[in-house]
Design a protein around this ligand. Structure first.
Ligand SMILES: [Zn+2]
Length: 334
């Protein structure tokens, strides 16, 4: 039921939508765009308040839209028409009836032969508060496993924002990652299967076993990031001070920050790492190092989500506090 109209970007100076032979449409830079540029702040067209939504949730939200909004919804891409043989056909008997119905609804939408409310939702939805939403303009960006832009739901301004995270040349396609950037190829392939496509980016197409390829370098970095993530995960957040007492904890966080940057991952994970490095250094009394890390945290946070992001102030406050402490130390020395 998709209409034969060419999708339009909102009036903006950053990008336009162009047809890509055999791939539908994509978003292309109108000029050079530097890291940190917010190219879109998009309002939700349709949203549901729970993550494990049912068809009935989407139907209710859809019924509340205007006729124009309903038409716009059906211009969005749908990942239906998939081969049922490529998906598990049986639901385990221990699964609760409601969850069983949910799985069946999603399965039917993916393998059905027409675009439906749910197939479009599945293909385009992004996390929003505790649920998910469809953003008509953000939904037009294609996927790449090493993207040059990133997206976030900003609850303060109630918009989905897209920020450039790796400089984009004029005319280059602007792409997002629909999956977790540190996931390995089999996991990414499985995640992307839900959207109904096979990724043809360098990290997916090149031979990972060939040490001369980008795919190899990327796979090695993702593997190491997963290891470090597992080793540090439990000691971050509330148990950070406990982590600070471990000799190589900061080293591991610094390694992770370096690997994310090498991988081109300047998403919100990076400022979170810098912030933890700052807090550990502060805890240890190394205010100089703490200040460097906190400044980088604030900078990276602004780049990927903006200074209007809900927890941006937390970052800015840590930097201020550390600056004050450093100032006191330096004054006492003088
Ligand atoms: Zn890929």
């Amino acid at each position: 039921m998709a209409m034969n109209t060419i999708p339009m970007a909102p009036a903006n100076e950053f990008y336009e939508i162009r047809a890509i032979p055999s791939k539908g449409y994509g978003c292309f830079a109108l000029k050079q765009l530097l890291r940190g540029t917010r190219i879109l702040a998009d309002s939700p067209l349709l949203s549901v308040s729970v993550g494990d939504y049912m068809l009935s949730d989407i139907e209710a939200a859809f019924a509340a839209l205007t006729t124009d909004e309903q038409s716009l919804y059906f211009t969005l891409h749908s990942g239906h028409g998939q081969d049922a043989k490529l998906w598990p056909s049986r639901i385990h008997e221990t699964v609760e009836p409601q969850e069983r119905r949910r799985i069946q609804e999603q399965h039917d939408a993916r393998t059905g032969d027409t675009a439906t409310l749910i197939s479009i939702f599945q293909t385009n939805c992004m996390e929003k508060d505790r649920g998910a939403g469809v953003f008509p303009h953000a939904a037009r960006f294609n996927h790449c496993c090493n993207p040059n832009a990133c997206f976030s739901w900003n609850a303060k301004i109630e918009k989905e924002t897209i920020h450039v995270m790796n400089d984009v040349a004029a005319g280059e396609e602007i792409v997002l990652s629909y999956c977790d950037m540190i996931h390995d190829k089999p996991l990414r392939t499985w995640e992307l299967k839900h959207y109904g496509f096979v990724c043809d980016c360098r990290a997916c197409v090149e031979d990972e076993d060939d040490e001369t390829t980008y795919a190899h370098l990327s796979a090695v970095r993702r593997f190491r990031l997963n290891e470090l993530e597992r080793e540090t995960r439990l000691l971050r957040g509330a148990r950070l001070e406990e982590g600070a007492s471990q000799e190589d904890f900061v080293t591991k966080l610094v390694q992770m920050a370096a690997l994310h940057q090498m991988e081109g991952d300047f998403t919100a994970r990076l400022p979170a790492l810098f912030l933890d490095i700052a807090l550990v250094c502060e805890f240890k009394g190394d205010f100089k190092m703490a200040e460097v890390a906190a400044a980088r945290a604030v900078h990276a946070k602004k780049d990927c989500q903006g200074a209007d992001f809900p927890d941006y102030d937390k970052y800015a406050n840590v930097l201020h506090r550390i600056k004050d402490k450093l100032h006191v130390v330096q004054k006492n020395k003088a």
